[in-house]
Design a protein around this ligand. Sequence first.
Ligand code: ATP
Length: 310
Amino acid sequence: MYALEVKELTKKFGNLTAVNKASFKVPEGSIFGLIGRNGAGKTTTIRMMMNIYMPDSGEVILRGAVVGQDFKDKVGYLPEERGLYKKMKVLETLLFFAELKGKTGRDVQKKAKEYLERFNLSDRMNSKIEDLSKGNQQKVQFIATILHDPEFLILDEPFSGLDPINTNILKEIILEKKKEGKVILFSTHLMDFAEKMCDHIAIINNGEIILEGSLTDLKKKFAKSNVSLSYEGDIGFLKDQPFIKKVEDFGNTTGIRVKSPEQIQELLKLLVQHNITVKKFDANDISLHEIFVETAGGDAELINEEVHNG
Ligand code: ATP
């Protein structure tokens, strides 16, 4: 049985189908990445899961049964739109959110202080939210999401806007939560995070889930027809070869996809015939980035952003 199952969720806004029959399964104790470009439908999917948007059709199944109010009590949700009460103080805010989830008392206070310490916010405990930087406000909101120790974490773009140090702290806490057996789903358009952290992923594109499964399995499947090549010479002739699906230059290495795995030998033969100096020919390697570009289509903006954030 899966921890969560999203079944054929659809949401239309007027003429626009933001999410179209999206289905995916989140296994117990795993980190699940919902990956997609800007506007792909990640937030809309998450909002339907959280019952903020009524889906036009489809359902969310929690451990075999359609989700009800009980899900809200079990989940820590970090919304895309960050919003805390500006006039409230940091510690006060955290205790307020915990209380909304039925958690009060010394233990919660102690835990809140521990998390503030980890995020280097101890000295801001009595600051008003409005006096914190945007990144610091985001850290407080993340702590508010996890403080009541929920079984499920649903995090919409949790890493956006954080510096590398804070990103690492967040990453550590998410991995700790996984070790505790919690189920974590986060959305991102940053392939690096998804690749390093997720056990399972779903790629959403134009509102449709175009790929889903365990990251290891997907990598195995895609790597079969993929070569990472370093070379000297001119490989321009490859574009005329019918068995070549795609050539993508990543700078130091070039990713080459052939139409079927057995054509990898043919590729190697051809390179030798054309006097290309082959420095590296790795037939078993593919990054999530390449899988994403292959399935969802490339875009300079996205690639640049990854370089800057990665
Ligand atoms: P991003 O990474 O940019 O946040 P996303 O993958 O989360 O993108 P969504 O916010 O789910 O994408 O948006 C999917 C599509 O639905 C977009 O075309 C968006 O403009 C549209 N959309 C989302 N919310 C609404 C709304 N309330 N009314 C009208 N259109 C909407």
